[in-house]
Design a protein around this ligand. Structure first.
Ligand SMILES: [Zn+2]
Length: 54
């Protein structure tokens, strides 16, 4: 059974899947541009966005 199934990141706050990588200058400054995500629905930004099976 393949383990590389499509995963979706969800917003921990509103559970929306409308999440995109946060490439803002703030994230660059923190050195976490590869880990930061932003919720396009509620605007929550952070590094902890759980992945769920699509
Ligand atoms: Zn959200």
């Amino acid at each position: 059974m393949p383990l590389s199934m499509a995963k979706k990141r969800i917003c921990p706050k509103c559970r929306s899947t409308d999440v995109s990588p946060d490439l803002s200058a703030e994230s660059y400054g923190k050195g976490s541009m590869f880990n930061a995500y932003k919720c396009n629905k509620c605007g929550y930004r952070g590094e902890f966005f759980p992945e769920v099976d699509a």
